[in-house]
Design a protein around this ligand. Sequence first.
Ligand code: SF4
Ligand SMILES: [Zn+2]
Length: 382
Amino acid sequence: MTGGLLGTDDRAVKIHHLVKAPENTPESIRIRESWDASRPATVYTTPERLPDGTPCTAATVILRTRGCEWWWKSGCTFCGYFNDVRDDVTSEDLHAQWEEAKRRTNDFEDCKMVKVYTSGTFFEDRENPADWQEAVLRETYERGLHLIIEAQAHLCKEEKIRWVAEKHPGCTIAIGLEAYDDNVLRFHCNKGFNTKQWHRAVDNLRKYGLRVKTYLLFKPPFMSEGDAIAQTGKWIRSVAPLSDEISINPMNIQKKTIVDRIHRARQYRPPWLWSLIQLIEDVHDDVQPVSAEKAGTGTRVIVHPTAAGMIRGSHNCGSCDKEAAAAIERYSVSADLREFEGIDCECRTHWRTEIKLDQSLPTPMGIGRDRRAPVADILRAP
Ligand code: SF4
Ligand SMILES: [Zn+2]
């Protein structure tokens, strides 16, 4: 990005063009077109909990789709799903992928839950053909599988939600809200919808008896670590009463995204694991998350640091990462703050200093150790 907040004489570059430019290079297109459209991207099973807390096995099916409409138009600053999509996937291909997923799991043998992820909105007809959506909704319902699908908030229109609820009553719709703040949604995430639209979506989901899962993004780009702790705490408190489950996704850097570029320019560091622990401790008493066992009696708060300990995921100094990440994972199941007792490391002092400086200096993007640009540029928040 050229120019700072204070500006130069250059024309402003639209975030849209920054998102798009490198992803449509011949190389990126070649990679996208090399995928086999008749096979799902990934199929695996994991231990999970049903909405009432009963332990179960869940199958996750990630399909090779045309991808998110919003991405083709503009796209979120952190989303690398486009790396896995093909723009020519047909209804036939999707049916074939679904059959293949069933083959690989032996017809969802021993599974009570299935997560069907389409790198966009499951029930958006321009992304996935309606006949395929219907087949998945019906089949999973007939087999008694609890279904989780994902959607953008503004696409949860009443008519569509009614249709989904008819075909698969009681399923869970996960919405990537990311931030409960319209400015952050617009300028940090380029999300494509606002909080008002999210509220409307939640109203529709509730009206038709569907479960609401809310994803929040911890540390969007162009935000300091200290700010992220303060803001995400507020967002969790605001969305908890309206969500059956909140999943905090600490930023992990996906290839060829805006965040990838600012990370490579050393202008962004993925979150510290200490920040996630701090965040949990800050909100725990207010939100009172329920443990996995007691799911169904309150809101669950799940913090899942993808790629924890890696340079592109949440990390500390390297020597305490495993322990800190494991405690966070345990908390997501037990909702018990005692998971963090006795965990400490020398790097915690560095982290504390960073947060203190973030909160006391006029540096909107933070003063973190990985921001190695010239001090003058940092102060100008380039
Ligand atoms: S709406 Fe979801 S799938 Fe679409 S670009 Fe944003 S994060 Fe990616
Ligand atoms: Zn450490």
